[in-house]
Structures are given as C-alpha cells and as structure tokens.
Design a protein around this ligand. Sequence first.
Ligand SMILES: Cc1ncc(C[n+]2csc(CCOP(=O)(O)OP(=O)(O)O)c2C)c(N)n1
Ligand SMILES: CC(=O)[C@@H](O)[C@H](O)COP(=O)(O)O
Ligand SMILES: [Mg+2]
Length: 620
Amino acid sequence: MSPYSNLERIHSPADLRALDRRELAVVADELRAFLIESVSKTGGHLSSNLGTVELSIALHYVFNTPEDRIVWDVGHQTYGHKVLTGRREAMSGLRHWGGISGFPRRCESEYDTFGTAHSSTSISAALGMAAAARDRGEDRSAIAVIGDGAMSAGMAFEALNNGGDMEGINLLVILNDNEMSISPPVGALTKILARLMSGSTYNTARKVGEKVLGMAPPVAELARKVEEHVKGMITPGTLFEEFGFHYYGPIDGHDLDALVPTLQNIKKLKGPQFLHVITRKGHGYKLAEADPILYHGVSKFDSAAGIQGGKSAGKLTYTQVFGDWLCDMAATDKRIVGITPAMREGSGLVRFEQEYPDRYYDVGIAEQHALTFAAGMACEGYRPVVAIYSTFLQRAYDQLIHDIALQNLPVLLAIDRGGLVGADGATHHGAFDLSYLACVPNLVIMAPADENECRQMLYTAVCHDGPTAVRYPRGSGTGVEPDKTMTALPIGKGEIRRRGSKIAVLAFGSMVPVALEVGDALDATVANMRFIKPLDDALVAELAATHELIVTLEENAVVGGAGAEVSRCVDTLPSRPRVLRLGLPDRFIDHGDQAQLLASVGLDKAGILESIARIYSGNS
Ligand SMILES: Cc1ncc(C[n+]2csc(CCOP(=O)(O)OP(=O)(O)O)c2C)c(N)n1
Ligand SMILES: CC(=O)[C@@H](O)[C@H](O)COP(=O)(O)O
Ligand SMILES: [Mg+2]
C-alpha cells in the first residue's frame, strides 16, 4: 500500500474539506513525508515547506479557496499548497525544465492567486484583492501568509500602514514566525516577536485568544479590547494593534487543533485581522530542524543519510571568490564594511561575519535600505561593499540612482547571480542589471571573464573614487585560481583575447569562454570587453574599422544591455559594420539548469554559430 494513501485521495481542497477535522493529522503526516521524499529527488526549498504543512492544510480546510485568496509571501513555502491543489504528481518535475515552478504562479493554478518569489509583497497584494472584493460587494477573504523574515521589509509595513486604516476590508495577515530568515533574523522587530513568543505570554495570550475567538462579535470585540489592554501591559502585542489590526496569537502553527478553530473563528470577523503563528523550520525532519540553514535550499540528496560532505573539492564559485576577496581586502583597508540584505550564506559573507563582526551588517530583507545605509557610510569615509543578488537589486533602483550615483559616492555593488540562475527561474534570473545599470551616470560597471578577473575587478572597484558594480554569475567559471596579489585594471579598457578576421566577437563577463570557442570555430577576433561602462569606445572603433561583422555577447537582456551600448558607439563611427546583438530575448525565461537555459536562448556555442550563420545566409 502507498505510504501516501490518504494524500492521494486529495485532488483539490474540496476533497480536503470533505474530511473530518480529526483526519487532518494523518494528511499532515503523509504530506510531510511526501515533501521530504519529493524534494530529496528534485531539490528545492525544504525547511520552510516542512514548517507550513499544517498551515497549508488548515487554510485550505477552513477557507473556500480559490474564492478566498491566499497570497504566500516569497512563495518558497508553497509545496504543501501545491500538493493540496492538484499538483502532487507534478512535484516530480519541480524547478526542472518543463516542470512546475518552485514558486506560486498565476499561470500554473487558479489557487496561485499571486506570483511571488521576491519577498514582502503579500500584504500589499492581498490588500488589493480585499479592496477589490469590498468595492464589488463580494464576500470573500484575502489572506497574506508572511514569514518573520519577510515581515522585516519596508514594503510589509507600508501595506500594514495602508490596510490597518482601510474601512470594510476582509483581510487576514498570518505571520508565520519561525524565528528564522534564511539565517537568523535581525533587527528590532525580531526582538518584539521574540517577546511575544516568550513562555508565559504565549500561554496567557493563547488562552485569552481562544476565549475571545469562541464568542461572537460584538462580545468578541469587547473581550478583545480587554485582552488587548491586558496584553498591552505585559507584551508588545499591540504593535500590530496600533497599525489597526486585530491581533491574535501567538498560536502553535503545527497544532491543527489550535489552527483550525482559530481560523474558523477569525473567518467570521470583519476588518483587518492579524494572526501570529509559531512554526519551526524543518519541522518533522530532524536533520532540517537541526540545521535549517543547510536545508533552506537543497540540491538532490539522500533523505535517509541527509546532505553529505562539506566544502566541495571542485572549482571555487564566484560567490566564494568574492567572500575571500572581501576578507583579504578588509585586512588591508579599514574603511571596508560588508553589507547584506539578509543573504549572508548566498552572498558568501559567512567568513567575513566571523572575522569582522564589527564591520558586518545584515540589515534584514531591506534592499532599498541596504543601499542608502551604504551611501550614508560612504559619506563618512567608509568603503561600503553591498553584496546583493542581481534580481534583488531591482528593488533598490532609486536608492542606487538618487542616493549613491547622483552623489558620486564610493559604494561597491558586488552583484551576484548576474545572468540565468537556473532552478529558481524567471523571478530570480539576473537578466536585467546591465540594462538598468548602463544608463546610470557616474557608475562604473564591470563583468569578469573568470574568477581571477573577478577578484581584480573587485579590487579595481575599491580603488575607484565613485560608485562601482562588479557583476558575476551563479556558480563557478572556468576554474582559474585567483591570484593572491591584487592589481587595479585600467578603467574602461577591454582586451583582445584572440585575433582573427572578418568577424569580431565582443564578449561581456560570463560569455567570454564561449566567445573564445566561437572564435576558434570561425577564426574570429574575440574581445573580453571587461567594462560595460565606461565602454572601451576606442576598442570598439578599432574592431569596427577592421571587421565586417561585430557580434556582441552578454548574459543579460538584449534590450538595453551591453550590446546596445556597443551599437550606440558604432553608430557614431564613420565606417559602420553590421552589429549582431546576442543576449537574453525580450521575454521571461523559465526554470531549468543553467546550461539548458542558455542553449534554449541560443547562447551556447551552437546557438551563437547558428545566429552568425543566419547573418551570412541572409536569413536574419
Ligand atoms: C526581496 C527579496 N530579498 C531576498 C530574498 C531571499 N530570501 C528568500 S527566502 C528569505 C528568508 C525569508 O524568511 P521568512 O519570510 O521568515 O521565511 P522562512 O524562510 O523563514 O520560511 C530570503 C531572504 C527574497 N526572496 N526576496
Ligand atoms: C527563495 C529565495 O529567494 C532564495 O532562497 C533563493 O532561492 C536562493 O537562491 P540561491 O540558491 O541562488 O542562493
Ligand atoms: Mg522565517
């Protein structure tokens, strides 16, 4: 018999709702076991999903989904929700080419009411849905499920500020508090939540909460006010009350006997409601409970043995090259500080935090703040290095322009995950940074061809007295060992890597290795352009004067990226060869492995040769 016999009978939330409440615990056990087995085969976000098993069941059991809207913040905790909404079998293709996404997507299911992956959008989106329901006179709920990490972002508070003051909306915010972001959460809010969770408060609040919720309004309203008054004296629970929300909790988010009746009662209430649930990352899988950071995002692994091995003996990743460089640089330059918006592990800052705790700043999931905070430090003579993923830098665009570039402040953006990231897919590809950075005055933008060049560019950036960006891809490059010594590169100068004839391939960053293969195949000239800004106009002019075709290669949107800069330069020249711009197409790119994705957009050797051949055959 299948170990998932009960789960297999649930094809949609309607099947779940047909069950007796006492049967839900079995479903939860099977769902948890299924997720461990399934994610161990596909990879994905494990810890967070194990923490939301009961919450997913309780929400779909109590609310009339998809009529009632659930918006999952970040969406990395929605695997249980996917299974319960008809995607159990599709889980075998999770995050793989052609398979389902690791995040909610409106095009994937009617139960995925809002696409997420970048954090802290859920309250705004659910509030918008609640306002729409109110304005149309529709009686349905909008529920935002947001983690304690995601709650730290300004956007979440903007939405609370707006929602707590909105009349007649049917909005429930569920704070899924597991006392973890990817790494331990930071900031004053974390302390407030910890006080809310502390022993006596927890019990008292829970008992009072149950009592209140058992009553019908308006009695409940009166009791709530009494409760708030009492809690206000002993806990900071009224923070959310002050925003205009009715606060309930904290309750145990793994206890279906607490969750289900609480949600049933809250469902009857009108106005902005706030439920605080306590869960544990990795719940029910001892290895993940013990090390939720390691199991936050996993590759395939043996679920019995757990993730094996420490550091791989293979090539260094660009992230490691950056992390090592930052420590080395900090040792020689006291002005260096490292800043991360909640991505210590992913950005390679673990060692830096250990060695330089006083110069390390995790500012929470707060990209906008991270950049302006860096700007402030730069004003005081520091050399702030903001380690940030390309996709999350999108959040902080105005801060980059207005607070850093306009004031010409020496902030270094170490932009990781530039280009296609793989399994996280469209929400996480660093597809746009060269386009949105190239137009910013004062900014020097570099993209390394290999790991050593990455180290040298980071050093070059710190030597430059103005804003800089070094953009590198997820994973490793050619395997070049970085030199210990650091030498500043001449700003705005590329280099010719191969001399050929007729065709000149101008490659940026991660595309240099494949450009060299193409060069060998066609006897083409290959330039490693190094700088997107300032572009090496002299090199472009020289190559334009001596070749009949210029091919630009970049792992960035072809619209407005490095190739567009080359075209702009060629347009000013007296002799203008044809320019073929190759990069990411003008559409969002799904998930899959990086090599597969590059091939799918024609950025592997075969694809590039084909595009060039089309020029010569006149088919382009
Ligand atoms: C804007 C943005 N910045 C950073 C991230 C990377 N990120 C994904 S999950 C996560 C931690 C979220 O913590 P929490 O909301 O508490 O959820 P948990 O992982 O604890 O379930 C972070 C920082 C992101 N998805 N979006
Ligand atoms: C959900 C999220 O945003 C992160 O967990 C992200 O998936 C991490 O990506 P990396 O695996 O590239 O660090
Ligand atoms: Mg959390």
